[in-house]
Design a protein around this ligand. Structure first.
Ligand SMILES: *Cc1c(COP(=O)(O)O)cnc(C)c1O
Length: 374
């Protein structure tokens, strides 16, 4: 069946006892044992819970994976992948990487002797050159945050396979509606479900989906989830599953508008450059068109001038909300360098935009007004 049909039903079934059409929330942390000591199903909610089981089933279905693991945040999910590695292993990560993971790798995992190289993945040859005999993981983020750089998943997954390493892809920005990394050869898909999967800026979540349902990786991730304990609450899982049936509708409408906003910005004299893979002028446009079914609703642009000029545009918007995060129904704008902190590599005149579900004409009018004063 098609994705639109599957996402309405994934992880949902009429409940046997109550005949409820939507799942109820099981808040219980503990479950009764049979007189003989056996458990009929769940034991303890850190290990499993009916709402988490439903949400994980939906995740596996969405990404076409064999196993899915829900976490309390995207960072908890990424950390579990890193915990699956061993002392002395080498990982290759993108130079334009979600800043939270860059800090985790540099500040925490480095102390556990995880060795990491950050390379520009727009050219897969840079990845090939960075491979060492100790390389065990190649982490891809495409389109990347915040520069919307595009990496060729199929090629990089091939390099990983040759090197005997795993390939993980952060698919947060593209969503499985537009990009399915496991079909392109990746081993692991990671999501910050806080973003498009949740879709309403009201729940934090993370996920890992694996192409292999058995084997050592599944075991290691499962242990990190259940014993590390960074799991989402039953209510979080319920909210996240509730958002899944509207995912395709939301991201397609948001992407239509993002294309219009990007075209407007690209033609504006006070904008130096627009980073959006849907623009034919974007260096990653061809690869994105090949591996994605849509270009997504995230973009960034550089205001002509300095940091102060970008900040003054952000100060003047009225419809966009000045806030971090993305993927919700409301449009957000953010001066990215100042939220990333002193270690940032993001240009100081860059603003990142998450396009919501408002009418694109209103969004464009708001930006036009904000840019007119620069
Ligand atoms: C937000 C984000 C993360 C981190 O996820 P959290 O849910 O905030 O922990 C990772 N990768 C990308 C691309 C993100 O946008």
């Amino acid at each position: 069946m098609k994705l639109e049909t599957r996402i309405v039903h994934a992880g949902r079934a009429v409940e046997p006892g109550s005949h409820a059409v939507t799942p109820s929330i099981t808040l219980a942390t503990t479950f009764e044992r049979e007189p003989d000591g056996a458990y009929a199903g769940d034991v303890y909610t850190r290990s499993s819970n009916p709402n988490r089981t439903n949400w994980e089933a939906a995740l596996a279905d969405l990404e076409g994976g064999a196993a899915a693991f829900a976490f309390a945040s995207g960072q908890a999910a990424s950390a579990a992948v890193m915990q699956s590695l061993s002392v002395g292993d080498h990982v290759i990560l993108p130079a334009d990487l979600y800043h939270g993971l860059r800090y985790l790798v540099k500040n925490v995992l480095a102390r556990w002797t995880l060795r990491a190289d950050f390379v520009d993945m727009r050219d897969p040859e840079n990845v090939r050159r960075a491979v060492t005999p100790q390389t065990k993981l190649i982490w891809v983020e495409t389109p990347s945050n915040p520069l919307l750089q595009v990496a060729d998943i199929r090629q990089i997954a091939g390099i990983a396979r040759q090197a005997g390493a795993l390939c993980a892809v952060d698919n947060t920005w593209a969503t499985p509606v537009f990009q399915r990394p496991l079909e392109l050869g990746a081993d692991i898909v990671m999501h910050s479900a806080t973003k498009y999967l949740g879709g309403h800026s009201d729940v934090l979540g993370g996920a890992l989906v694996l192409n292999d349902g058995a084997g050592e990786l599944v075991e290691r991730i499962s242990v990190s989830q259940k014993l590390g304990g960074g799991v989402p609450s039953p209510f979080d899982c319920w909210l996240l599953l509730r958002s899944v049936p509207t995912l395709a509708l939301r991201v397609r409408a948001q992407t239509d508008s993002a294309g219009k906003v990007a075209a407007f910005l690209a033609s504006h004299p006070r904008v130096d450059v627009v980073h959006y893979p849907g623009l034919p002028s974007h260096p990653g446009h061809e690869v994105a068109a090949r591996q994605m079914d849509g270009f997504g609703a995230m973009l960034s642009f550089q205001v002509r001038g300095e940091q102060a000029d970008a900040l003054s545009v952000a100060a003047k918007v009225q419809l966009f909300t000045r806030a971090t995060s993305l993927g919700g129904v409301e449009s957000l704008i953010e001066h990215r360098a100042s939220v990333e902190g002193p270690d940032t590599q993001t240009p100081a005149n860059l603003l990142r935009v998450s396009v919501g579900l408002e009418h694109p004409d209103d969004l464009i009018a708001d930006l036009e007004h904000a840019l007119s004063g620069v």
